[in-house]
Write a protein that binds this ligand. Structure first.
Ligand code: FE2
Length: 185
């Protein structure tokens, strides 16, 4: 197999961490701060999205079907959130985190074992992850508002924070059922 010829110019047209000019009435300084905040939350979102898919595949027991379905619903919602966050970064003139290796560098969510956890441990881990992201997102949202980036503030409040709070509630409410089944097993 022959490799297709590569163009001689620099393959990277915008380096990570840099900003290009955009015409949305926000200074480069403001946009730079928002891009950093959004990329941090984006990395957590991608990590949590994948944790939901892992949980979707690996859950078992008497609550299998409801958890299997719940985890996939939350996976889809985190994937939608990821897309919104990444496109906000690009809207601000930045470069969005996109690859698994970048996520591992940026996200500080506790990494799950590769093996299968019990449903109770799956739920506890997801609950911890939501609380971790919420604790990071709230001050970042307030800071965005303080520097005049209302669009980023709105995204963080009405989409990131609200989605995490709602998903956390669904996860939390499943714990008693899982514990009940564990006792009977
Ligand atoms: Fe599936």
């Amino acid at each position: 197999m022959t490799m297709s010829p590569r163009p001689e110019s620099d393959p990277v047209s915008q380096s990570f961490g840099s900003l290009v000019d955009v015409r949305i009435g926000l200074s480069a300084e403001v946009r730079h701060a928002s891009v950093s905040a959004l990329n941090r939350i984006l990395a957590h979102t991608m990590a949590l999205r994948d944790l939901y898919k892992k949980s979707h595949w690996q859950t078992a027991g008497l609550t299998f079907l409801e958890l299997h379905q719940l985890f996939d619903k939350h996976y889809e919602e985190q994937a939608a959130l990821m897309d919104t966050l990444a496109e906000r970064v690009q809207t601000l003139g930045g470069v969005a985190r996109a690859l698994a290796g970048d996520v591992a560098t940026e996200s500080r969510l506790t990494r799950a074992p590769s093996g299968i956890e019990t449903p109770h441990h799956q739920l506890a881990r997801l609950l911890d992850a939501h609380e971790f992201v919420l604790a990071e997102a709230r001050p970042l949202a307030r800071e965005a508002a303080e520097r005049g980036d209302d669009g980023t503030n709105d995204l963080l409040v009405s989409q990131v924070i609200r989605t995490h709070e709602l998903q956390s509630w669904f996860v939390w409410r499943h714990i008693p059922r899982v514990v009940e089944h564990d006792k009977r097993a």
